[in-house]
Design a binder for this molecule. Structure first.
Ligand code: F0G
Length: 450
């Protein structure tokens, strides 16, 4: 185990219930408030004290300086921003895989087809296990180990399990994952197996796995590493901090995030609000959340009752990462929508597949769940919610190689066997492999036809 290499200061973090505001000394096994059962969040009362106040210029300078450092703690694009995170008491040994440090790409072709002038992707799929989960997992796994847990656990649509299994292995802990049988892509399942997780495929959906896990953690000393664990969201905040640093602290007009269990949109929103509060940015970007039509509980809640109540649903979408009908962090996500002036939208299966191929054709690529962002953007531009001259950042959450089955079926024309009406529009984006004789002439002919 590597040592952190740098002495970490004791953070001023505390856990607070988002419902009744109770402040807790420590979290229970389910990370819920013992008074009202709502979720917990990490807050930093120390930021407001005169003698510990964080000055934006100092923060920006140390974060830039750390980019040049070869210390283990600074190599992480999460722990580089440790002033805005809960940090373990020194001396600490972090569980890290040098996560974060992800690129921002321009998407010129997607911008043109969508009709916006400035379109960017923050690619969180470029993390060590290929998804944004790693930025949260380094923090949650570090705290799980510090608290002495030998086992960690999660329910997952695939990416959380892959990430958790990797960080558990790095931290010398055992891991158990509950995944819905037949609904997790091979890429993600294979990661959990290789990283050494006890992988249980349950005959249910994600929401069913979550229900079982909530019981398991009450009966066994295992640490719950789903995004109800507030340390996860603190790590996931750094995607937004790093993005704003990459934008030279000028907030884009819009950030668009896929919505599943709604932890990531909550984390990105929390980061933006904290950055504004600390004076790191002068205005908030609008954060909008996009769901698949078949897994749209937040969209329904916002449209039916302004986000006051969420009715769980049976979820179904080929974007399996966001096949979630009862999202845990929905109240946190509603708060982000309200605070930033963002909106919600839903997109169809065909729209998701087309958007994914378009992102691919810009040389970037992503997994299906990430592509809801571009599909949603197209709708928000048509509706006039996003203006053509406004800057937009899509948060791409997973790597293209997470779900190659989806991609191959799409390009071969096998993804939507029954959607005859959409055949022409699908064909425009499909680039099926061509089987040829092994001859120069055959290849030259294929090139001429292309
Ligand atoms: N995109 C990808 C690639 C995901 O894996 C997930 C969630 C999301 C978006 C949605 O993020 O849940 O924070 O709203 N995947 C979880 C998992 C649920 O188990 O891997 P969210």
């Amino acid at each position: 185990m590597q040592d952190a290499g740098t002495k970490l200061e004791q953070g001023s973090a505390q856990l607070r219930c988002i419902g009744c505001g109770s402040v807790l000394q420590s979290a229970g096994r389910n990370f819920r408030c013992p008074e009202c059962d709502d979720l917990l969040e990490v807050t930093y009362p120390g930021w407001k004290c005169a003698d510990t106040a964080l000055r934006p210029q100092d923060l920006k300078a140390s974060w830039t300086e750390r980019r040049k450092s070869s210390a283990y703690v600074d190599q992480s694009g999460v722990w580089r921003f440790r002033e805005l995170l809960p940090v373990p008491s020194a001396p600490a040994s972090l569980v890290s895989l040098s996560e974060g440090n992800t690129p921002v790409y321009e998407l010129p072709n997607c911008a043109r087809s969508t009709g916006v002038e400035a379109l960017f992707a923050k690619h969180q799929g470029m993390n060590p296990t290929g998804s944004f989960k790693d930025t949260g997992m380094t923090v949650a796994a570090t705290f799980a180990r510090l608290e002495g847990f030998r086992w960690v656990a999660c329910a997952s649509t695939g990416n959380t399990s892959a990430s958790m299994a990797a960080y558990a292995a790095r931290g010398g802990m055992r891991s158990v994952v509950l995944i819905p049988e037949g609904q997790v892509s091979w890429g993600k399942l294979s990661q959990a197996l290789d990283y050494g997780a006890v992988t249980c495929q349950l005959k249910t959906d994600f929401d069913g796995c979550m229900r079982v896990l909530n019981e398991v953690v009450q009966r066994m000393p295992v640490c719950l590493l789903n995004s109800v664990n507030p340390y996860r969201l603190e790590g996931q905040k750094t995607a937004a901090i790093e993005l704003l640093e990459q934008f030279n602290w000028e907030a884009p007009d819009h950030i668009i995030v896929p919505g599943g269990n709604l932890g990531n949109s909550s984390a990105i929103g929390k980061a933006c609000m904290e950055m504004k509060e600390l004076g790191l940015i002068s205005r908030l970007p609008k954060i909008s959340i996009i769901q698949a039509e078949g897994a749209n509980p937040l969209v329904r809640a916002m449209r039916e009752n302004g986000g006051k109540k969420l009715s769980p649903m049976r979820a179904d979408t080929m974007a399996t990462a966001i096949r979630i009908g009862n999202p845990a962090s929905w109240k946190k996500a509603v708060r982000v929508l309200e605070a930033t002036g963002g909106t919600v939208e839903q997109v169809s299966e065909v729209e998701i597949a087309l958007a994914k191929a378009e992102i691919g054709a810009d040389g970037v690529g992503c997994e299906p769940a990430s592509a809801v962002t571009l599909a949603g953007l197209k709708k928000l531009v048509k509706q006039g919610f996003i203006k053509r001259n406004e800057s937009v950042v899509l948060i791409l959450t997973g790597h293209m190689l997470k779900d190659p089955d989806f991609t191959i079926k799409f390009h071969r024309g096998d993804l939507f066997p029954d959607k005859k009406d959409d055949a022409a529009i699908l064909k425009e984006q499909q680039r099926a492999p061509i089987v040829l004789d092994a001859s120069v002439e055959a290849v030259l002919k294929a090139l001429e036809q292309a």
